[in-house]
Design a protein around this ligand. Sequence first.
Ligand SMILES: [Zn+2]
Length: 166
Amino acid sequence: MAGPLHPLIAMKKQPPLPPELRDGQYRNWEIEMAARFPLALSEMRSPSKPLDTFDTEPLARWGLEIHAGWRSIVERLLVRLEAEIAVQPADQRDRFRIRQIKEKFGRLTVHMAWTPGIRAALDEAENESIATCEVCGEPGVLEERHGWWSPRCKAHVTWTPWDRLG
Ligand SMILES: [Zn+2]
């Protein structure tokens, strides 16, 4: 499902990331979030499309596609989204299940249907994300580095997913 590699990444021939989880399998924090926010993250608990198929929704397939520095932003966003979805008529709530949460051009990006309340929560979280180091959660600056946009603090300017945290 991934598009062609960015030429710079393809050239660098990075070592592989740790073994990938299969579609629909998540790590500890994601499992906790899926349990706490059953409406907003229902796609992780009961996928609307079969796993391991072309149609699998990104959230069901990959879970929460962010680095650790944005976890508290996403957690606070999910609190608001869960409340916004809960006040919808029961037969409408499923329409608001999140389809994807990821980083795009250095911004937190969430794909879902929205109400004005949901839109406001998404906008605030996005604005917070571009000023928050995606590695550690400290204040960061959104800049382009080697073709990639990401918000980083001074300590993590050169961090890549292949580095250990520290
Ligand atoms: Zn940092």
